[in-house]
Design a protein around this ligand. Structure first.
Ligand code: ADP
Ligand code: ADP
Length: 228
């Protein structure tokens, strides 16, 4: 069963802006999909809707593989990484990553191994006690990724996560995300306006166009991108 099914979704903001017009998208388990398009074409709006963070004006969004909670949203199956790392500056790395578990009332002691494991995945096992201000931009982004992964989501949504980083750091993080995708069963939807990034990372590129935001092309890639 697919993880996400968007059917003819339109989103009109109260300002009158038509951010999405009749967008349909089905994402199967295990895919690495890029949402590619210029600024303002509705990528973030689409991603937020896929995350259950925003309602639709018309059309439907479903998560056929997920347990749905009383508010009609998928329970714990989706990790979200924003462009800004959005870490709590007064909490150390360990406590920042603990946050999603804390919201589920999992105490620190019970979450310890899980948090160290996910910090190891992103190469930050030695920085559990560090504070965000002590970390580089790339490291902060790794903490954000760890935080998104700590609940073991099936689906990882990334909204132009590395756009603010320098080229070298960005390339390293791209490789890390690829490694992560290959090593786990996770499904990724990655928003970017970089053609290079989308081709490098994904095995399917969904191209969007603006005014109104819609899917312009849906391209499966013939690549060596396979899981080991
Ligand atoms: P809704 O469709 O949920 O009613 P609103 O139009 O009320 O959305 O906007 C939600 C929030 O987004 C408001 O705080 C608003 O100020 C802000 N916002 C408005 N225009 C933009 C924009 N172009 N880009 C990003 N945020 C915006
Ligand atoms: P992208 O991620 O591709 O840059 P967005 O999804 O952020 O595009 O925005 C799509 C369109 O919707 C843009 O015209 C943007 O200004 C508008 N928009 C986004 N969020 C809001 C909001 N909360 N309220 C009003 N307009 C918005």
């Amino acid at each position: 069963r697919p993880l996400v099914v968007m059917q003819s979704v339109s989103k009109v903001f109260s300002s009158g802006t038509v951010a999405l017009s009749n967008m349909s998208l089905t994402v199967e388990s295990g895919e690495f999909v890029s949402l590619l398009g210029p600024s303002g074409c509705g990528k973030s709006t689409a991603l937020r809707i896929i995350a259950g963070l925003g309602d639709v004006t018309s059309g439907t969004i479903d998560w056929p593989s997920s347990r749905i909670n009383s508010r009609g949203l998928p329970e714990g199956d989706i990790g979200f990484v924003f462009q800004e790392p959005t870490l709590m500056p007064w909490k150390n790395v360990f406590d920042n990553v603990h946050l999603p578990l804390r919201l589920r009332r999992v105490p620190k002691a019970a979450a310890h191994d899980q948090i160290i494991e996910v910090l190891t995945t992103v190469g930050l096992q030695d920085f559990a006690k560090a504070y965000p201000r002590e970390l580089s931009g790339g490291m902060k982004m790794r903490v954000s990724i760890a935080r998104a992964l700590v609940t073991k989501p099936k689906l990882l949504l990334m909204d132009e996560p590395f756009a603010a980083l320098d080229e070298i750091t960005r390339q390293k993080l791209n490789d890390d995300v690829l490694r992560l995708w290959k090593a786990t069963g996770i499904t990724v939807i990655f928003v970017t306006h970089s053609v290079f990034e989308s081709a490098y990372l994904s095995n399917r590129i969904v191209v969007m166009k603006a005014r109104p935001g819609r899917v312009h092309a849906d391209v499966p890639l013939i690549t060596s991108l396979e899981r080991d």
